[in-house]
Design a protein around this ligand. Sequence first.
Ligand code: MEV
Length: 423
Amino acid sequence: MTEQKTSKISGFYKLSIEKRRELIQHFAGLTNEEINAFTKSLPLETADRMVENVVGTFELPLGIAVNFLINGKDYLLPMATEESSVVAAASNAAKIARIKGGFTAECSLPLMIGQIQLLDIPDMVSASKEILAHKKKILEVANLQDKILIDLGGGARDIEIRILDSPLGKMMVVHLIVDVRDAMGANVVNTMCEALAPLFEELTGGRVRLKILTNLADKRIVKAKAVFDKESMGGEHVVDAFLESYTLASIDSYRAATHNKGIMNGIDALVIATGNDFRAIEAGAHAYAARDGYYTSLTRYHKDENGDLVGEIELPLAVGIVGGAANMHPTAKLCRKILGITSAQELAQVIVSLGLAQNFAAVFALSTVGIQKGHMSLHAKNIAVMAGAQGKEIEQVSDQMVLEKKIKLDRAKEILIQLRKTR
Ligand code: MEV
């Protein structure tokens, strides 16, 4: 009988780093060598192959969010972030979501869009007809660019024509739609667009300017849903308070920006941990949040007939598990193994669920105790260390400051002196 793996781990935060690693190793079936890779930084030679002018590497804390149940499967989520409370908040949200079955996520095919901009077209109508009449040829030329992608079942699928008014007069933008399978897709789409430029000039009599993918990947949409148990939230009045908070994000761009930032706290952390391009994800998410002409929340919430809170999220997610940093960075590879994902689509569904969890956690805290409380304990620990506390003293000094609600360096020093006197 195979052992049932669960990501539901209580008190994970109380364990030593060694114990946490042991648990992860067991969960993900990692070798000793693999788990030890956590302590090694990115080799300089690898870094030197990734970007230019390398002089070193830059590290971030990597935490593990626990309790995630997504589409019936347990996941431990590696999160690379510099922000305190984020990993704990996500784990707590996932714990509450678990009570009602966890997250249900789905996604579209991994379709990316490349844009080819055409200027000085003498006749837009006949140019459009020419392009459509040669669609088969256009897709063939695109698909000659990447044999491996075709062998994997991907490739250019379709074209769409848009005619835009601009200060320079009318211009045409052709969208090339490409199934990029398990890649993020930027390289292949850009290569295809560049290769198609001469053909489009020939077909339209115009001039090609830009040939580049769009990060508004709105054909690569991922959604997740979860029900948050009202009792665990503190009762139906807390659900109502939550909905009041959420409503502001739904109607006001100032609040929506911060609300969505909370979503990206989770999404970016996992996107970075898996070696993906977080700027592409950010650009796509915010453009999608403004798709109806005004900037709004990427999540939606309502109360169900039971009084529980139902949360939903939807956004484009262009993430890959092959190519780029995802394949070069040893920690990114390890993180993928911990996740146990087998496709880019599965990764996207995990990421979007984390985004929903993170958003729920933030708005839940804001609607109840506020977020400073969560930040307080780690902040207090940092102040205790600055005051000179060591080992067990760190916890003792920080606990006392949190109790007194006075987290200041001078107070930390006083407590430390007192503590050492009484020993
Ligand atoms: C802080 O990093 C994120 C929050 O501001 C998100 C929010 O306000 O919803 C707490």
